[in-house]
Design a protein around this ligand. Structure first.
Ligand code: GLU
Length: 340
C-alpha cells in the first residue's frame, strides 16, 4: 500500500528525472531549488498519515505538525521551507555519524570486520539477527551494530567519549548541539531491549568491554536535538566529500565518505531501504524522531523533519518530500544520460 502510494508520486515525476538530469559538479539553479522545496512543502503540508513513535514515551508527545525542509549545496547555499527551527531528537540518524567517527579513528575495515555492512533482513532492533550469525553479518545502522560502533569510539572515560561524539556531530551541523534530556531519560528508562542486545554483542566478542556504558552513550547520542537545517548541513557535509560546505571545515576523512554512503544506501530506511533506493537512488537515513537525511553526492544534502511515521518507521512526509525534490532536481546518482 505504502509502496503503491510512493510509487504513484514518483512515476508521475519520472519525466522530470530526465528533464532535470544533472551532471555531477553542475550547480543547481536557485530558482529550481526554491520551486522544488516550495512545491513539496505545499503538497504535503496537510497530509495526515502516520503516527509519532511511542515506544519511547517522550516521542509520543512531540508536536506532529512540525514540518521543515532544508537543502544545502556543496557551495554552501542553504534553502529552506516550513519549520526549520523546531528541534527533534536525532535518533537513528546519529548512527551514521558515529559510524563515520569510528571509520575516521580506525578505518572502514574496523566496521566491516566487527559487525559487517549487510542488510539483516530483520527489524532494526532484532535479536534474531544477532543470534543468526553471532553478532556478525549486520551493519552499523541497526541497533546491535550501532551500539557496537559506539563502543568502538576511543576515550579514557565516558565523558571523553561523549564529548568527542557530540563535538563530531556538531562539526557536521556547523553549530553546537545539545541533548534533549527528556527524551534521553525517557529512552534510558525503557531501553531494556537495547541493553540486552548490547550484552549479546559483548557475549559474542564484538563489544570488548562495558556494554552498559555503550548502550547508555548510544541512548544519549540518539537524544541529541537537531532541526531540519542542522540535518541538511550534516547531509551536505557527506555530499561534499566530508567537508562542511557552510563552515568550510573538513569534518571527516574524505576517503571514508563513500563507505558511509554505501552503508546508508544498504540499510538507511529500515525494512524499506530497498524500496527507497529503487525510488530515489539516494543514500539516506531516517530516525524515529521524524527526521530523514538524504545525500546526492556532489549535488546536495537534504533533510526533512516531520514526526508521523509509517509502519516501517520512516517519516511519511519526509519520504515523499525528499523523493519529489530530488526527482525535480535530478538528484538520483544512478540516473545518467548516455554519452553523445
Ligand atoms: N534510540 C532509538 C532506539 O534505539 C533509535 C531508533 C531509531 O531511530 O531507529 O530504539
Amino acid at each position: 500500500m505504502k509502496f503503491q502510494l510512493l510509487t504513484k508520486g514518483v512515476l508521475l515525476l519520472a519525466a522530470c528525472v530526465f528533464a532535470a538530469s544533472l551532471q555531477a559538479g553542475e550547480r543547481l539553479a536557485k530558482a529550481d531549488v526554491e520551486a522544488a522545496l516550495a512545491a513539496a512543502y505545499a503538497k504535503y503540508k496537510d497530509l495526515q498519515e502516520g503516527a509519532n513513535a511511542d515506544y519511547i514515551p517522550a516521542l509520543a508527545k512531540v508536536d506532529s505538525n512540525i514540518y521543515g525542509i532544508a537543502l544545502v549545496t556543496p557551495e554552501g547555499e542553504v534553502y529552506t521551507a516550513g519549520d526549520v527551527k523546531s528541534e527533534v531528537s536525532i535518533q537513528s540518524i546519529s548512527k551514521v555519524f558515529t559510524m563515520a567517527l569510528v571509520m575516521d579513528e580506525k578505518d572502514p575495515e574496523a566496521i566491516f570486520n566487527n559487525m559487517g555492512v549487510d542488510a539483516t533482513g530483520q527489524v532494526f532492533n532484532s535479536i534474531v539477527a544477532v543470534e543468526q550469525y553471532k553478532g556478525a553479518e549486520m551493519n552499523p545502522l541497526v541497533n546491535a551494530g550501532a551500539i557496537t560502533a559506539t563502543s568502538m569510539v576511543a576515550g579514557n572515560s565516558r565523558e571523553d567519549i561523549w564529548n568527542k561524539i557530540l563535538s563530531y556531530y556538531a562539526a557536521f551541523a556547523g553549530r553546537e548541539l545539545s541533548v534533549n534530556q527528556e527524551v534521553f531519560k525517557s529512552e534510558a528508562a525503557t531501553n531494556q531491549r537495547n541493553q540486552a542486545i548490547a550484552k549479546l554483542m559483548y557475549a559474542y566478542g564484538h563489544i570488548k568491554d562495558n556494554p552498559d556504558q555503550a548502550t547508555d552513550i548510544y541512548t544519549e547520542q540518539c537524544s541529541v536535538n537537531v532541526n531540519a537545517r542542522d540535518l541538511a548541513a550534516m547531509a551536505a557535509t557527506l555530499a561534499n566529500g566530508g567537508r562542511n560546505p557552510i563552515t568550510g571545515k573538513q569534518v571527516m576523512r574524505n576517503e571514508n565518505v563513500a563507505e558511509v554512503l554505501a552503508v546508508m544506501a544498504t540499510a538507511g530506511l529500515y525494512d524499506d531501504s530497498g524500496k527507497w533506493l529503487f525510488l530515489t537512488g539516494l543514500p539516506a537515513k531516517s530516525g524515529v524522531g521524524g527526521g530523514i537525511i538524504a545525500v546526492s553526492p556532489g549535488r546536495f544534502g537534504i533533510a526533512v523533519i516531520s514526526p508521523p511515521l509509517d509502519a516501517a518507521g520512516n517519516s511519511v512526509r519526509a519520504q515523499k518530500a525528499i523523493a519529489d525534490i530530488s526527482n525535480a532536481l535530478g538528484g538520483n546518482p544512478y540516473a545518467v544520460t548516455p554519452a553523445k
